[in-house]
Design a protein around this ligand. Sequence first.
Ligand SMILES: Nc1ncnc2c1ncn2[C@@H]1O[C@H](COP(=O)(O)OP(=O)(O)OP(=O)(O)O)[C@@H](O)[C@H]1O
Length: 899
Amino acid sequence: MEATGPPAKMVERREELTPMLSQYFDLTREYDDALVLFQVGDFYETFCEAAEAAARTLEITLTQREDSTGTYPMAGVPIDNVAPYVETLLDAGYRVAIADQVQDPSEASGVVDRAVTRVVTPGTVVDEELLGAGNTYTAALVPCEAERREDAPDHRDRFAVAFVDVSTGEFRVTSGPRDVVQDELDRLAPAEVVTARQPTNANADGETESDGDTAPHEFAVRGMHTPFRESAFETDTARETLSGYVPTPEALFETDAELRVAGGLLAYAEYTQGVDAGGLEYISRVRRYDPREGMRVDATALRSLEVFENREGGDEHTLLGVLDTTSCALGRRELTHWLRRPLLDRERIEARQDAVAELADRAFVREEARDLLRDVYDIERLVTRVARGRANARDLRALKSTLDVVPELKAVLADCEAASVRERRAALDDLADVRGLIGRAIVEEPPIEITEGGVVADGHDDDLDELRATEREGREWVADLEASERERTGIDSLKVGYNEVHGYYIEVTNPNLEKVPDDYTRRQTLKNSERFYTPELKRREDEILGASERADTREYQLFTDVRAEVGGEAERIQRVASVLAELDVLCTLADVAVERDYTRPELDGDGIHVEGGRHPVVETTEPRFVPNDADLRERNVAVITGPNMSGKSTYMRQVALIQLLAQVGSFVPAKSARLPVVDRVFTRVGASDDIAGGASTFMREMRELTSILHDATADSLVLLDEVGRGTSTADGRAIAWAVTEFLHDEVGATTLFATHYHELTRVADSRERVQNLHFTIDRSGDAVTFLHSVVEGASEASYGVEVAKLAGVPGTVIDRSRGLLDDGLPGGGERGHAPTPTPETRPEPRTNGHEESTEVTPPAEDTSSDDPLEAALRDLNIASMTPIEALTWLHERQQEVER
Ligand SMILES: Nc1ncnc2c1ncn2[C@@H]1O[C@H](COP(=O)(O)OP(=O)(O)OP(=O)(O)O)[C@@H](O)[C@H]1O
């Protein structure tokens, strides 16, 4: 990374550097993959190359530091407001090591001690200002080399992967083949991926060069790649690290690689958070999980179904957007978890459904519960701060007010019958001890600062109460002093006051100075008056200030004790947080079910059967949304045709989203739904629609198709939208035909295939489980209206010309196109359709072998012609063009003919 590591200029003068710069030098060497922010008083400074880079990136002034050894470029940011600068540095691709003064400067005998207290990286941010509402994960990867066996060669390509969210303490570990691990990386989208640093390119000092820009083990990840100490990933070290967090690490994991990846990642988390081994007490939930427990929805499917992001990358008009009426941040994150990992276990799904059903039925309970949950703070993160000693008194109060909700919530849910509500209610520990402690110890509205008093409540500690009493009595005495001194001296204008520099004083105006008694000592002379003190006032002052100072110190001590005690209960609090999160999601799903008129899907094994299904997102923006049925029980491969814009994609996605929602435990947008449990959803969306994936080539399309054909099972749901479009019509058609047959014959997956290749509808002639569906349009008179309703059978034509007309293509062109469609193209060409396959060319149903699929004879096409216009027209797939493309194309040809 640019500008990290020891600056060249300092390397040259290593021996001469002043003690402070020498300290800086050592830290840059130790944290050589990070930009070191080095505390000097109220600023974090950077020097030399780092200063130049910081000045450029942060748009701050570059200055010079001069000392006896030379001049060094320097740039700094204020400590008070460092967060936005750190954020900019992270965005620019830096890791940031924060080097704080760790010694009181007044106690230092030479240069103040400094140490890196934390390393901020994209995946390990904990500052509230820098965190989004969702989870921020760091992942670590370890290849399962150690388990490699000759008899199981695929072990070579297995990996263990661990994920941590250091802001909440969530920690998960799993392992599997490359594609499963890639899926997990896609799902959780870590901001950073850590791997063992390879011992390459050791330089003279024995340091290693970072390979920070390479893809970790050739996985596709968007986050930063961080190579970390190799030793942390070794079995013994990893076991040692883990033993600070889980009692018997070995028992938790299935493979050595899982143990190593977990240990390595924990060591990295400790390193970034600046704590010693075992210091992340809040990470109490190191869990192993099996990706097969959940329905697999890979990144492509999440994207094309617009679950979290719409196709422009925004968060509007997404499934999450429609569902997310959660009451608190905990629930919001949990809902994202549920959507990322729909369930496979029917009992678990039904348990969630029971809860949603009951909460949907009981509006009062639901509303009360939601109201209470709105008062819930993000205690998952809050308790993390408490456990790490970073929370202030307000955080503790926020924690208490959240925990106060628990008994009320339990009361509201008291007579719920659904087992999954009852179990969660029972699991809610009302943490009376923790609430009691905070309630007794911390005042109701504490200040933000925890070192200046006013934090600890009266009655919590006798010593503090005594100090406060002394201070109070002293102040009362001073308050009474003015009146008593006026009486004693007869000076009516006498005043008692206080200032920071001189302390308490008695002020007497010049005309009254002769009345001043003997025991007054002069303290300060002003223009019109003199200030005095008396021995008693001085004594009281010392008493007040002494008591106040001791009270502040005592309070700080008491506060940190309380914080530590609460931090000790982090695990119990985290458990409560996760139950609150789940209850919030269940209430939310119930609320959505009621508000949006969803229905409870019945789970059975007979295949997808939806009546009156709707697209959960499109229905919210389309006022006249037309519900559609989907019956894929007997004939589970549907070839869907219809004009552009008629609703094919919407329909397919709606079936997949309904299935996904059902496995989340949610109700679904339909009149009724009977659904199977699906192991995986695959989507392959045609080139023109695949905006988010960037430039899509035919090659890529085919690769994705390959993985679907390999990995789909009879329990999968496959959506294919215009597959084969990126190549010539003839090839595309052939591929589409063969794919449909293959999915039908070999795989048996439930498949929805939207296509403009009209000929594909004839696969149904030879394959009994293939059905044709099409979208209708109303063509009364000249007007064309999309009805958006799906009906059985193949559409009679593709209506490309009608759509071109709708788009305003000139009448002559439209008429000519119609003529060509009806009569065939000049030169003897037939209509765009392929001939019906004869018995000889019609592919026979196949029951074995992938390789046979290459032998399929696609519908033949006659392309013999000398006329270039005819040839071009023949190759043209009008139905797959946008109206504008059609218009442009026709316009160009017209010009050619006219020339
Ligand atoms: N069931 C429906 N009810 C009402 N409007 C719908 C329905 N389905 C789709 N639409 C509307 O029609 C538009 C086009 O739908 P969609 O993209 O699904 O068409 P398509 O047939 O896949 O088109 P193309 O072949 O061009 O990709 C959608 O943006 C939506 O606004």
